[in-house]
Design a protein. Structure first.
Length: 146
């Protein structure tokens, strides 16, 4: 299976890493306040899912995973911004994007996860001249107005 990842030009790396660290600090501080006021359902829900579906992950790691997850969720708009701006020259993948060439003349199915990643793959496919059809449920179509 090919995994798509984004390669960020070196000149941008420091600022993106700093921005991520700042966002993680803001979110960690917010989570401390939530924990003090006993608003812990989100971390408990994630922990329960990890215990059920990935029991090999130690319980001590759950909070760190949770913080990274919500930090990534909060900062993902930056990734979408790169795609929307058309600045896709920094894209790269673990095995390169050459595997996409086989899909210019034959069908394929690309599956993504929720939380915004579907936007990323659409940008990558469009940038590589792959014709696409996005399958969504009726509720999503109505909510997005498209």
């Amino acid at each position: 299976m090919n995994q798509i990842s984004f390669h960020i030009p070196e000149a941008m790396t420091a600022s993106i890493e700093q921005e991520y660290a700042q966002m993680k600090t803001i979110i960690a501080d917010r989570e401390i306040v939530k924990k003090r006021s006993h608003q812990v359902k989100d971390i408990h829900f994630l922990s329960a899912n990890l215990q059920s579906f990935m029991p090999e992950i130690e319980e001590e790691e759950h909070e760190g995973i949770y913080l990274r997850l919500i930090t990534n969720h909060a900062i993902r708009s930056k990734d979408i911004g790169y795609l929307q701006s058309g600045n896709l020259t920094g894209m790269n993948s673990v095995q390169g994007l050459s595997f996409l060439k086989e899909y210019t003349d034959k069908p394929g199915i690309f599956c993504t996860y929720h939380m915004g990643a579907y936007r990323g793959i659409i940008g990558i496919l469009a940038f590589n001249n792959i014709n696409i059809a996005l399958v969504v449920d009726t509720k999503t179509k109505k909510q997005t107005g498209r």
